[in-house]
Ligand binder design. Sequence first.
Ligand code: NAX
Length: 354
Amino acid sequence: MSREPSEDTAPAVVTVTGAAGNIGYAALFRIASGAMLGPRRRIALRLLEIPAAVRAAEGVAMELADSAFELLDSVEVHDDPAKAFDGASFALLIGAKPRTQGMERADLLQANSGIFGPQGRALNEGAAEDVRVVVVGNPANTNALIALSHAPDIPPERFTALTRLDHNRALAQLAAKAAVPLAEVSRVSIWGNHSSTQYPDIFHARAGWLTGEQLAADRAWLAEEFVPAVAKRGAAIIDARGVSSAGSAASAAIDHLRDWALGRDFALSQSPTGSALSQSPTGWGDDWTSVALPSPGAYGVPEGLVSSFPARSVAGEWLIVEGLSINEFSRARIDASVAELVAERDAVRALGLV
Ligand code: NAX
């Protein structure tokens, strides 16, 4: 890594890949408006696209200029990862190769390694020392694994994958079920892969006065309605909109990086209902969020696998919530999702991609 950590007074370099795509378009304006790094941090945006979409990304850059964001220091458009990641403190890796009809998993992983391998190397060479990476492009967990394995000089825990959208979906579903405001729902966990095998765990949750055990008492509802509703919400959105989630995915990526960099105190200070919780030393109270990060071997997840855990960001680092009891219902589902991640990791290993 070539650069010193960025200072608060200097603009933060934020690199967004897939910048002309749906999620990129939904994310960039909010990042430039201060939703991610707060109302005082200036931002230098670097947009990375494939050559065929550079013109479209330049159009997005024109619209960003036309929005006259006071915090927006500069916008550059690149098709070269080395230039796009130079000095980056934040990287949203959104652009990825979608699965097309008839494509095998190995083909998908191979195609994405052609994106996330070089991007990992470019981050390794040029990113700022304090770089934080969130992989959004699917298969997000394994793409993050590929990227970090090409970035030996960056601590692996700086590479994360997005399961905050799944977390937010679970919060919304639970608030609706318990008929309480969303701000009264806490302690939900997403485990495993950002895929249909993911496991949204509510056994430790709270919704208003209801405890996790009370919420989960109806096991048929839990197994047949809640878990699939969260895991398959992406497909339901495609069914309704005709295109995949973009606004909610962008919003979740921004939540993820904001909490990671600034902590929960900051998020709550901006929220209409958060003032009481922000009295706790870390700002999290007894709440947490969900993040896919390289496993330290916690909760039986093999070390190094990029898997989703309940976590809190404290002083700029994600800390996995320790000591949660895992019952049989949860164990079976966590193990199934982790088995899928192991299979993906073994496939990329067999192809020599990590
Ligand atoms: P779009 O197809 O609208 O946009 C993707 C953009 O990435 C395109 O503009 C494309 O030119 C660009 N791109 C492709 N290869 C690139 C490369 N090597 N460097 C830079 N840019 C590149 O897709 P969009 O709807 O924005 O979704 C992006 C990714 O997010 C997909 O992989 C999608 O599956 C994934 N998602 C992940 C979610 C999550 O929670 N982790 C939820 C939403 C979404 O499904």
